[in-house]
Design a protein around this ligand. Sequence first.
Ligand code: SF4
Length: 1015
Amino acid sequence: MKDAKSFDLLYKSLNDGQRRAVDSIEGPVMLIAGPGTGKTQTLTMRIANILLKTDAVPDSILALTFTESGVRAMRERLISIIGNTSYYINIHTFHSFASEIIQSNPDEFIIATEIEPLSDLERIHIFKEIFDELDLEILKPFNSKYYYLRTAISKIQNLKREGIDTKEYKKIISESEEMLQKDIDKNVELSKIYELYQSKLKSYGRYDFEDMINFVIEKFKTSPALLQKYQERFQYFLVDEFQDTNFSQAELLYQLSSYWDPNPNLFVVGDDDQSIYRFQGASIENIIEFNKKYPNSLKISLTENYRSNQKIIDSAESVIAKNKLRISTALKIDKNQKSKIKEAGNDKCISYGEFSTSYTENHFIAQEVKKLIESGEKPNEIAIIYRNNSDAKDIADMFSRMGIEYTLEGGENVLESGLIIRLMHILKVILKIRNKSEDIDLFTLLNYEFLEIKGLDILKLSRFASTRKLNLFEAISHSEIAESKIENLKVLKAFFEKIVYWNELSANVTFMKFLEQVIDESGFLNWILNKNNSYELLNKLNSFLSEVKRLNYSKKNLSLEVFLNYVDLMVDNGLGISEKTIDVETKAVKLTTAHKSKGLEFKHVFIPKFMDKKWGNAINRDLVKLPTSILKTIDLSNEKAIKNQLEEDERRLFFVVLTRAKENITITSAKSNQTAKYQKIASPSMFLYEIPNENINAIDIQKHEESASEILKQILTPYKTEEITIDEKGFLKDSLKNFKISASSLNTYLECGYKFKLEYLFKTPQQKTRSLILGSSVHRALEKANKDIQSKKPVLIDKVLSDFSESLKSEILNDKEFSEIEKEGHSILKIYHETYKHEFYCEVENSILHVEKFFGWGFSRPLLDNKIHLQGKVDKIEILDKSKREIKIIDYKTGMPKSRGEILGETKMTDSGQFRQLLFYKLLIDLDDSFKYTVREVELDYIGHRSGKPKRENFIIKDSDIESLKETIRKVTADIKNLKFERTTDTHFCEMCRFKFHCYPDGVPASKGSQLELC
Ligand code: SF4
């Protein structure tokens, strides 16, 4: 002990409740410590008191907590009270404690010490094997084999945390009476997965993080001497965050403390209202269990709050009071808190505003934060606390644009970070080079900053390749490449040679060695090191590499292809590799999730995106419902009960966030929210109405939105296309010499000028996607059928199918891809043929005039205003009235059918591209003197889709539509001539664009187009 005097001094500063807790060093004690009540101080003072008042040695005290940062906080506090003695006290997380027992007793845990913890990448590898191997009726749907993979991983994790092994799980399923048959069946299949997973873990010599505690529990059961050794060693047990300990952790604790039953010196600290980490609804499970075990335990509730003002405390209490599952109700414990801080300026300390768009909402938050900092507030006293990791992106973006320094709490999925996406691109290109199937990935890669290849050289190479119908690799080694006038041909050639070298290398050295070499030799590492935020980037890279290392360690023959498959599987299933948390104290504003905010405090807390379904009332997407008897005290017997529990879980999370604030809370939401893919109309979260109205200050939204609109237009436009250099201008003008505008190039330009430039002028290489391959083979099969029909030959389905398969053979596909696309194409065509049978069996004169008719080639010269060249190809033309020479033009579509409103661009999220295409064809024909017919009708013929039947939509075109199309074409061609190739600001187009990794390697920003209109 430092000195008894300093203890006395601190002891005097404790309140009554804290003193009682510090003094009650014998027997079981439950301390209910709400937010801001000084529990860490109480806990550490109690440890000091044990040492002061008893003969106990420091080593006989075991203090367990939930996180490494909790361990550190406790140790530091103890050092300040008792000095270096604190190092002899056993302060651990449950996992580090279990690990220490295993490491200290290698002879008892022979298997556990020989095996290694499982990495995320290894887990996906094992689960993939399981889903490939097992015959499962429900959990392996025909069309989507890995659909339940993610659910299976998380459910097995839950079972392990609750200490349920495969045997017990099976028993629980067989005894479960309340479950529906379909849920039982799913659980039975999950138990098979669980069983195979465990046996695979064993054979691979791996264990899950959750298994570690279970190893110790099991060993303590079979080795009483070992258990006794620890039971005798520890006399005092203290557990922090008791509400969040899971069944296995609690079991381990009771195994040790039971030696001293019925009166162990067991001190548990917790707050049921802050339980946010356990299996749904398990918030008071531990506390009730503790009470049952030790009915006479002393219960102390700390009610003096040293963090927040009374208004915040009352508001938070009125929210959490709506929860039925609380110990204040179950055990009649008083938890009403009183603020001990000065009340100044807290008349109304919670503000709320509903903005029209998330842009104005984010702008408001950024502006308020700026004002606070400018008024002298420390930035690290300000926090933006959101529900999910993904909510941070647009807020962080706004902060960057407004020059506000922030730290984003770690834990991001590194697979979604621009850094790892770049790295994956390099690897994909190296792999593809093997099959000579490089495409847009190579183009994207060549443009990456760290390669320092000149943009114009890449364009020249692209152009050279496309004019000679070569891929980029063939182009670079072509004998006439010098003609392309690439300025730094040597650099380009050297890089291509490197790719080939890396490809060979990947087959000759271990995967990890290959990867490290690529990272080093490509300039990737150097580029990271030269960045301002290099420590953040390195943390992401290292988080990723340490996972790869572990995978490679267990799978020595890991190949590049297999590795990329695993990563794709993770990305497709929304699984990730978490970035390691960097524990650096920064002075910047903190952006963090609600879960990560636990244990922290700030003067000013902002809670953005406070919307229904995000905060409360979420849709329960539980694909596999585990038997409810897994939790003993909670009612999860029906949908309503489950929904109630989920709602209570969410309310607790909101309570945690509210109670982080010392002085002010600003809650905001937006009526219209722009996610990466779509715009969502939302209402505020139901929890807002649980805060007493008189405690809420209304934000003057109108005033802010009026002033914000203009500023936003300026600050949201920096996604500018790079300036076009003089060299590039010459190149572009040259490319435009023989340019003819088509319906698709027009639509592309209207979508995004920059995309038009890349596709039509630079002709960046494009690999055919599956849907493109399917579409063109369906088109070719129907073209042949229509030609037969035209010559009055009936067309049987077998012929259509064999034409389709024949066409498919000309594509570069492996056997698996071929059979999958063939199957899909056949099924679409069968339905289409069946639906329009009468047309296929027509043996008489029919209305087909042309099939696949080209305009704008040869003698056909459709010219607008005698100067703008148009071109296009119409799938089918039918005669409507021979005498009047009136026709109908038909365009086949193989994608998802659109509604009439969508085609006409009348709905919010669609543009009228398909309708514009039909207008374009009519104009093409009107302008073509060599083709003397009049278009009376146009049709979109949706051939069919995996999830939809064929459908046709017909339109009569108005003259005014054609006039407005002409205007559009005039404007677009003038802009193209003036080399205006801006990137779109409506970034929802980018989500589906093949250039998205080229334009936005760090992720596509949320769209602003439609958002600003709403301001
Ligand atoms: S990603 Fe977006 S900005 Fe870039 S080309 Fe595609 S649509 Fe245009």
